[in-house]
Every structure is written in C-alpha cells, then in structure tokens.
Design a protein. Structure first.
Length: 265
C-alpha cells in the first residue's frame, strides 16, 4: 500500500519516525510531507498569502521520499497530492501522526493532526489520525501504537470506508500490558474553563496566558474520552459533513412554508 504521512509535530518528531519505520518494515511504500517545525493546534488552516516553501530532504525512517515545508499540516497533504507526488506515488491512504498527546472530543477542531487526515478525506482518500495519549517522548512508548496501526490496516479491508470520513485513533499512554482492548467510540465533550491569566512582561506591558482547566465529564458512556480513562484504544469515525439535517424540516416550516420563501418581500 502507498501511504502519505504527515503530522503537526514536525518532520523530526518521534511519533512520525516510529510509525513510518513500522509501516515501511511491514512492506508499505511510505512518503512523508511534514512541517519543518511543530505546528500543533494549527487547526484546518491553509497558507494563502505567503509563499509555501517545500524542500525534499534525504529519505529517512524507511520512507521512499521525504519533504519538509513551512506550511501548515493541512498544506502538507494538499500540496503533496496536488503538486509534489508523481502519479505513480499517489497514496492509497493518508495517515497523520503519531501525535504527541491526545486528540479527543471537541479538541479535534483545533488539532493539526486531525486536520491532516481531514484534508485527505476532503480529497477523497481514506485517512487516519493517530495519537499517543502519553506525556513522554520515549520512542519505545510509541512502538505499541505503531504496531497497532500496522495490524489495523488489514482490518479496514473488511469495511466500506465511508467517504468524507476519517478514523480518529487514540491510544492510552500506559504500559501495553495495561491496555484493556479496543472500543469504537463517539466524540466526547472535552471542554475547559474559560480562564485567561493576565500577566505583565519585563517591559511592563500586559499579556494574557490561557490557563483554563479541563472540565471532566463523569458520564459512563462510550466516548473517546472515557475509553482513554479506561485504558482502551479509542477508534472514532469522524466526518466533516457538518450539516445539522434534523432541523431542516423545522427551518423549512418556519421560513419557507409550503415552499414559499417570500417573507422578505
């Protein structure tokens, strides 16, 4: 399988190096286009008003070819498929990660890792976003996650991968022997208190530091957040189709009764 890899932690991050090597060792043809520095929490932003620099570097981590760019995570996937890769290098799948830290609940709206995968889905490619939920950067602790993804890929052949969808995968940051299996989940409600701490810099000028704390949801349901609490691997199907279809009939009745939307006249 040809796999395009990217991330938001940068070309030289532990997570992408471990996963790329594992996929390559498993026989996959890996191509990497990644930011030249960390771009965490970049969301699904694209570079429009400044030049996008792309540099091919010596292949590493077992990949066939590697490029680094000054762009965002979303830029990486978009420019890789539209401008960088040759026709015979176009991917069968896009994989973003392994991210250093979780991407759970509503946090995915800000995640550069998830935006990489979403850009792949927007362009019609099956895509995965992969995160290791530990706080360390020890390569050995990413290896279990990488091995899990290698085993996960053949399972995807058993489903009709839905269009406009990614699989958001979060792996607990505990010892492999303490992981309690895999669960299919929904996105949880991961919210924070809205607190900004006001500070004064050495020149006497004010600045603000976001210091809100996580508000924990204690509900015992099958969300991605609870799966990680239970030391389970979370697999969440996420779509960028954001139309709230259930309210459309009520809106039509209120604004366009009997198909007539003439209330502005």
């Amino acid at each position: 399988m040809k796999i395009l890899m990217s991330n938001d932690d940068g070309m030289y991050a532990v997570g992408i190096s471990v996963l790329a090597r594992a996929l390559s060792n498993a026989g996959h043809e890996v191509y990497i286009v990644a930011p030249d520095q960390e771009r965490s929490a970049a969301g699904h932003s694209l570079t429009l008003h400044t030049p996008l620099r792309v540099t091919e570097i010596e292949p590493r981590y077992g990949a066939k070819r590697c490029w680094k760019t000054n762009g965002t995570p979303g830029d990486c996937v978009k420019i890789a498929i539209n401008a960088i890769l040759e026709d015979n290098e176009l991917p069968d799948m896009v994989i973003s990660g392994i991210n250093h830290g979780p991407n759970l609940g509503s946090d995915i709206m800000y995640s550069g890792t998830v935006s990489c995968a979403m850009e792949g889905a927007v362009m019609g490619y099956p895509s995965l976003a992969v995160s290791y939920c530990g706080n360390d950067f020890i390569p050995h602790n990413f290896e279990y996650t990488a091995d899990l993804i290698v085993k996960f890929l053949p399972k995807l052949a058993e489903i009709n991968f839905p269009k406009r969808t990614i699989m958001n995968i979060n792996v607990p940051g505990c010892k492999p022997e303490d992981i309690n299996g895999v669960v299919i989940t929904t996105l949880g409600s991961r919210t924070y208190t809205n607190e900004y701490e006001k500070r004064i810099d050495p020149r006497g000028k004010e600045y603000y530091w976001m210091a809100g704390e996580l508000v924990k949801d204690g509900k015992n349901d099958r969300t991605d957040i609870n799966a990680i609490r239970w030391n389970k691997v979370s697999i969440t199907p996420v779509t960028f189709e954001m139309t709230h279809r259930s309210i459309i009939p009520a809106l039509e009745k209120a604004f366009c009764p009997d198909g007539h939307c003439d209330w502005l006249e």
